[in-house]
Design a protein around this ligand. Structure first.
Ligand code: PMT
Length: 350
């Protein structure tokens, strides 16, 4: 029994993974997160034109929406329980946020699991401090959008509100199913503990979607951590001299995800290296070892220009359209993924 999710595992998680979850501090508002996930998935897996309440009666009237979990940003590893210091993993969140926009455009509902403070979908053309730079106070004390930012603010606000409208808002407005919102659920994390616990809850919630579920794991996940129980409670004192600390390996959750949490889902993991000579070899290894459907290989310095998608029998180079100044590599990447996922869904239906 997995007590955190209140669900039963068919096979026990392997010892390393079990020990990670056992030693993790309890996730704040775990019940609230699971409730949000349940409502979001129920809403989006109800075929259009069918009331959520009558779902079982009306099943089969249309196609349920595909749901993708996009992870984004880097996880932190706290060094103290009352955390003052932590080890961070590099990721601006650009890949995850931009990919989310293309998945939504392709008709998917997105669960966006993101690191607090990183890039957000629909906000990328806004300046760094939108509140102070985009708005001004007029003489009659009303707040106005300043001219150069009008279009960017309009787009960010309208797309954000249309997509992230909450389930309770939908119910109150009585427009459940009738409006185009409710296709983006954002869940924030900071630490490796939060990230993996929420990812597990998402995967368990998406299990019944079968092949309609996709995992797009673009977050930069810590490889080493300090187990909660062996972590200092208070701020580590520098007066005690040099710091000698043992970090334990974070178990790769990709195998648990594939084997137990959501076995029918279409899974895409990422491989990041700074040495291009080992990149493709490592991506191929990950594809086989974790039985991923695709591994997106990227090198740190060129990650915004090109990626190589490694599948069972291909290596596909995907590049940004360099003839267009504002093009991005995520557009052709998501197009490729959507095509492969469609073929996978079709095969699974046979
Ligand atoms: O956010 P940007 O600035 O736009 O940058 C995007 C990116 C470079 C961060 C992104 O494209 C990317 O490569 N993300 C994956 C980074 C990473 O963690 O790579 P890795 O090679 O260390 O791990 C490979 C895979 O294993 C990842 O999909 C990760 O989800 C998974 N993993 C890693 C560690 C761990 N303990 N468990 C895991 O499951």
């Amino acid at each position: 029994m997995d007590s955190r999710n209140g669900s039963v595992s068919e096979t026990p998680l392997d010892a390393e993974i079990e020990s990670f979850f056992d030693s993790a501090p309890p996730l704040k508002d775990s019940a609230g997160i699971i409730k949000k996930l349940k409502e979001f998935i129920e809403y989006n897996s109800t075929p259009p034109g069918v009331s959520c309440i009558d779902r079982s009666v009306n099943a089969g009237k249309g196609s349920p929406r595909r749901v993708v979990c996009v992870t984004s940003g880097g996880t932190t590893v706290p060094l103290e329980q009352r955390c003052v210091r932590y080890i961070d993993n590099f990721s601006s969140g650009h890949r995850g946020a931009t990919s989310t926009e293309y998945f939504i455009k392709a008709g998917y509902a997105v669960i966006f699991l993101y690191r607090r403070g990183t890039f957000q979908p629909y906000c990328q053309s806004l300046p760094e401090d939108p509140l102070l730079e985009c708005f001004e106070c007029s003489e009659d004390s009303t707040i106005q959008v300043r001219q150069p930012h009008t279009e960017a603010v309009k787009r960010a606000v309208s797309d954000h509100h249309a997509l992230t409208v909450t389930m309770s808002q939908l119910r109150i407005s009585g427009l459940l199913q009738a409006i185009a919102g409710g296709h983006l659920l954002k869940l924030p994390f900071t630490t490796i503990f939060e990230y993996l616990q929420i990812l597990q809850s998402i995967a368990m919630s998406m299990k019944d979607l079968g092949s309609l579920a996709v995992f797009y794991l673009a977050a930069a996940v810590s490889d080493f951590y300090v187990p909660w129980k062996s972590m200092a409670e208070h701020k580590i004192q520098s007066a005690s001299g040099p710091l000698d600390m043992r970090l334990v390996q974070v178990p790769k959750m990709l195998s648990a995800l594939k084997k137990e949490w959501a076995p029918m889902a279409f899974c895409i993991s990422f491989k990041l290296e700074t040495d291009s000579k080992i990149l493709l070899e490592k991506a191929e290894m990950a594809l086989k070892k974790y039985r991923m459907h695709m591994v997106v290989a990227n090198e740190l310095s060129t990650r915004k220009e090109e990626v190589t998608v490694v599948t069972g029998n291909e290596k596909i180079l995907v590049c940004r359209d360099k003839t267009q100044a504002d093009s991005d590599v995520e557009e052709p990447l998501i197009e490729l993924i959507v095509g492969r996922h469609s073929a996978y869904v079709k095969d699974s239906d046979l």
